[in-house]
Design a protein around this ligand. Structure first.
Ligand code: NBP
Length: 474
């Protein structure tokens, strides 16, 4: 046996991850269900490092030195279970199976528990950065036991993205912690993209062409909004269709698709009782965009303003939209990180939020300059919410006038900004002295005798609504 790590599944992600490992001096055993893919991988990339190709799982396992470390990069779901079922009987106590696919954290918890029973370590790991990241340095979010991380961490850290000399890879907590963090990463990615799309929509309504909007995003990318998604937004907006000469973005069907990790984030948040309203709005915005029947029935029938923004100074509008984008983004991070904190408490994972933000600074799709600031704020101490971290709170105070102007102008002009407005509504909700939830409680007591608390007395109270309307204490 010569290989210190193995990769099963050589589609784009697995192949690139194996190449990244080999380029960093690791001897990588490679196996794919369809052998032709293994041969193609070896043929194309043999010169990049040391690969040991295997035709059978048995051969693959035999080529690994102990403790064996196997990264599974196959289609998430039944594919992962099929590979585990083949692999597990051939492994020995202390060997480590890593699942680098986009698994649901509950599946990871189930697999970890089952494999632990037979003495195997199972590490559910989030890997973000797409195919380029897998090759050049992804953000890696491993769960699993601390013991498995001791044997695996140095290898993963060697291939992860590096920011300020630190790898974007660290142990996050036991069993499903890594995949949970990756899931929320994707949820925040949905929100980030929705905010960017709304920013573009408002700029378009103000008369900017796609090329002019691209220039605005390029400019934003040199400042506080500096991030991968803003960078590629400029690239997409700048793309001109070769046949028509029109901006490509105007020719793309306006129905956003999804693979499901955003939905998982929202479903899980509902169960944990964490309001991730910006992420939910982003998932719903995609669904609404794809609802052809409702859109066709409504277009031209439901009346409203024609997207004409009130005449404003163009530079002022661009700056306002930038501030609305920054503020909304901060709210999405606050909500997503709060979801991770709640799950960590619920499952006793002990996830360090500063570490999560640190791992996201490089390699992944949501990498952004802002994450350094967020990580530093969480490193100072436990925050009830990111929004009250001193530098963030000050940033929001400074930008909220612009944020409100954008939401108000968009509403007046009939430009939908569900992300910006739900972020602002959340901000105003959490800072409110009093909320109309008091009336909701009154209504619940009226029709269902659900009782309410009082601000001036301890205990649960009920008004006898259908009798003499006196109040009883329960
Ligand atoms: P795919 O998700 O397209 O999966 C293809 C691979 O799965 C092939 O190697 C295929 O083998 C293998 N496979 C399947 Br399908 N069913 C199998 C089974 N029952 N037994 C064994 N192997 C099976 O590949 P990918 O796009 O490279 O993604 C791999 C993982 O990484 C996924 O979980 C994905 O969610 C995750 N991920 C992807 C990205 C991305 O940008 N693409 C980013 C982050 C995470 P075959 O060649 O024999 O058909």
């Amino acid at each position: 046996a010569t290989a210190n790590i193995g990769v099963i599944g050589l589609a784009v992600m697995g192949s690139n991850l194996a190449r990244n490992l080999a380029r960093h001096g690791h001897t990588v055993a490679v196996f794919n269900r369809t052998h032709a893919r293994t041969l193609a991988h070896l043929e194309a990339h043999r010169a990049e490092g040391a690969f040991v190709g295997a035709e059978t799982v048995e051969e693959f396992v035999d080529s690994l030195i102990r403790p064996r470390r196997v990264i599974i990069m196959v289609q998430a779901g039944p594919g992962t279970d099929a590979v585990i079922d083949q692999l597990a009987p051939l492994l020995e106590e202390g060997d480590i199976i890593v699942d680098g696919g986009n698994a649901h954290f509950e599946d990871t918890r189930r697999r970890e528990a089952r494999l632990r029973e037979i003495g195997l370590q199972f590490v559910g790991t989030g890997i973000s950065g797409g195919e380029v990241g897998a090759l050049e340095g992804p953000s890696i979010m491993p769960g699993g036991s601390a013991e498995s991380y001791a044997a695996l961490g140095p290898i993963l850290e060697s291939i992860a993205a590096q920011v300020d000399g630190e790898p974007c890879c660290a142990h996050l907590g036991p069993d499903g912690a890594g995949h949970f963090v990756k899931m929320v990463h994707n949820g925040i990615e949905y929100a980030d993209m929705q905010f960017i799309a709304e920013a573009y929509d408002v700029l378009s309504a103000a008369g900017l062409t796609a090329a002019e909007a691209a220039e605005v995003f390029r400019e934003w990318n040199t400042g506080e909004l500096d991030s991968f998604l803003i960078e590629i937004t400029a690239e997409v907006l700048d793309q001109v269709d070769a046949t028509t000469g029109r901006p490509l973005v105007e020719l793309i069907v306006d129905a956003a698709e999804q693979k499901g990790t955003g939905r998982w984030t929202v479903q899980t948040a509902l169960e944990l009782g964490v309001p991730v309203s910006t992420i939910a709005e982003s998932v719903f915005a995609r669904s609404a965009s794809g609802d052809r029947t409702v859109r066709e029935a409504s277009r031209g029938v439901l009346t409203g303003p024609d997207r004409t923004l009130p005449a404003v100074d163009r530079q002022q509008l661009v700056d306002d939209v930038r501030d609305a984008l920054w503020s909304s983004k901060v709210v999405a991070y606050a909500q997503g990180l709060e979801q991770i904190r709640k799950a960590s408490d619920e499952y006793h994972w002990g996830v360090d939020i500063a570490t999560v933000a640190r791992l996201w600074r490089g390699g992944c799709i949501i990498r952004a300059r802002l994450l350094k600031q967020i990580s530093e704020e969480y490193a100072v101490g436990r925050l009830a919410t990111l929004l009250v971290a001193p530098s963030i709170q000050a940033g929001l105070a400074e930008r909220q006038g612009a944020w409100r102007r954008v939401v108000a102008a968009a509403a007046t002009a009939g430009v939908p900004v569900p992300g910006f407005s739900s972020a602002l509504a959340y901000y105003d909700t959490v800072r409110a002295e009093r909320l109309p939830a008091a009336l909701v409680q009154g209504l619940r007591d009226n029709f269902g005798a659900h009782t309410y608390g009082r601000i001036d007395r301890e205990g649960a109270f009920h008004t006898l609504w259908s009798a003499d309307r006196s109040e009883v204490q329960l």
